[in-house]
Design a protein around this ligand. Structure first.
Ligand code: ZN
Length: 242
């Protein structure tokens, strides 16, 4: 049987039996994989040092195993984002949460390479993102992941009647309606009061690359992030790590 060699990002390591590790990874195809590294915790094995978080790794594994856990034999470092591991614990926890939330939209038998690309883009640019507001960054990351997974919120028009949002003085953001709602339409009970500027900010978060977020001027980034979190919880999962 020929081995599979594929790049990916590790997001969880679980001890298995005496000395083995099960690694959960997102592959470059945007597929979730559980890989068993036998003996990885033995003192003689280098594997546990090589199985790094916040890095692109090349995994070698065989399409055999049980319960969708494949037997892996090798791992190589492809691209290291060591500056993340060197940053504070709080930062690492925040990034790990974002990546874990993104995995909720991936499965072991479907592909979504764009979600993988968004994750790698964020990790790669992290050093340049130090001065970007964390609420904005989180909101933008989740918006991109949602959009590439088929859950794009309606931003520039009313989610209910389709009218341009810019015509309305007062608008609302409603997860159950699917995005922004104009003042002429009924507002569902989960509506947040909002305004045209919020919709512009959300549009920029979605369309611009992370390193341009520093140019986005917003008075209350925490509220924008709350909109996206609520949208995520309504459409994807209540199990959302905030
Ligand atoms: Zn409307």
């Amino acid at each position: 049987m020929l081995p599979v060699k594929i790049n990916g990002i590790l997001f969880r390591k679980i001890r298995f039996q005496e000395s083995s590790l099960i690694v959960n990874a997102i592959t470059e195809n945007g597929t979730l994989r559980s890989l068993l590294f036998k003996g990885a915790l033995r003192r003689s094995s280098k594997l546990s040092n090589e199985l790094l978080p916040f890095a692109v790794l090349k995994f070698t594994y065989y399409h055999k195993g049980s319960k969708n856990i494949y037997i892996a034999s090798q791992v190589e470092l492809v691209e290291d984002f060591e500056f993340i591991r060197e940053s504070g614990y709080y930062v690492q926890v925040e990034i790990a949460k974002l990546v874990k939330n993104a995995t909720q939209l991936l499965t072991s038998d479907s592909e979504n390479p764009k979600v993988y690309s968004v994750i790698v883009e964020m990790l790669r640019k992290w050093r340049e993102l130090e001065n970007v507001n964390l609420h904005l960054l989180k909101a933008g990351f989740m918006l991109k992941i949602l959009t590439f997974s088929g859950f794009r919120p309606t931003i520039s028009t009313c989610a209910n009647c389709g009218e341009s949002i810019s015509e309305s003085k007062q608008i609302f953001f409603s997860p159950s309606a699917g995005g922004f709602v104009c003042d002429a339409c009924p507002t569902p009970s989960d509506s947040f009061s909002s305004n045209f500027k919020d919709s512009l900010v959300m549009g920029k978060l979605l369309s611009q690359s992370f390193d341009r977020y520093i140019e986005i001027v917003v008075r209350n980034p925490k509220r924008i992030n709350e909109f996206v979190e609520r949208f995520w919880m309504y459409h994807v999962s209540e199990k959302f790590d905030v």
